[in-house]
Design a protein around this ligand. Structure first.
Ligand SMILES: [Zn+2]
Length: 211
């Protein structure tokens, strides 16, 4: 039987299942497609992207949101850098929208929000640092991230929620690289709010050449 997660992709050049709670770092070349598969559903995928040639250029949430005049990422959205250039474009997604504002969980924020007993729990900021340090990046290279498959609704009065997800097993997001980029992901370990259904699960990262 054909692998349903590969439908529509060109030749696959990298295919990896990322364990629950783990980081992931990979270079995606211009015009290649990165498909992220939410294997079991409602798994937040915290996501950063840097220009490969000069990583002082990186994803900028404010520039991206302002340019598209919308807080959510949907099919057709372009992820812009701090220099206003396209890094990647969402070519397709079968999830209604993805989050730009919820940020990454950290031991510090967990302690503030959920109590001191959570201090030792693994968090996305640790994953980002773990992945980035392999290529010489550190704390000063951390910027506001995207949360794919995470539901952070904004109420009429501006209030935010982190609520039950709108993703489901096997749903995907396809990102086309507009330039050579380094993608850094944290497969979110959070267990104190519903962003992962209180049960972090594996994701699949597939990189393909153009179809
Ligand atoms: Zn997290």
């Amino acid at each position: 039987m054909a692998d349903p997660h590969l439908t529509g992709l060109g030749p696959v050049v990298h295919d990896e299942v990322v364990a629950p709670r783990a980081p992931w770092l990979h270079r995606v070349r211009k015009d290649q497609v990165l498909r992220i598969v939410d294997l079991e559903g409602n798994q937040a995928v915290d996501f950063l992207v840097y220009a490969a040639d000069d990583d002082a250029e990186r994803y900028c949430a404010q520039t991206t949101v302002a340019a598209q005049r919308n807080l959510f990422l949907r099919t057709g959205a372009t992820l812009l850098s701090n220099e206003g250039r396209p890094l990647m474009t969402i070519a397709a997604t079968n999830v209604a929208y993805h989050d730009t504002i919820g940020g990454a969980c950290s031991c510090e924020s967990n302690t503030l929000r959920y109590g001191h007993h959570t201090k030792s729990q693994h968090a996305c900021v640790d994953n980002f640092l773990d992945a980035n340090v392999r290529v010489g990046r550190g704390k000063r290279d951390m910027v506001s991230n995207i949360n794919f498959f995470m539901n952070v609704p904004v109420e009429a009065d501006g209030a935010l929620g982190i609520v039950d997800g709108i993703s489901a097993p096997g749903l995907t997001v396809d990102l086309v690289a507009a330039m050579d980029v380094d993608v850094v992901v944290s497969n979110c370990p959070q267990i104190n709010n519903p962003c992962n259904g209180f049960n972090p699960t594996a994701i699949r990262m597939i990189v393909s050449d153009p179809a």
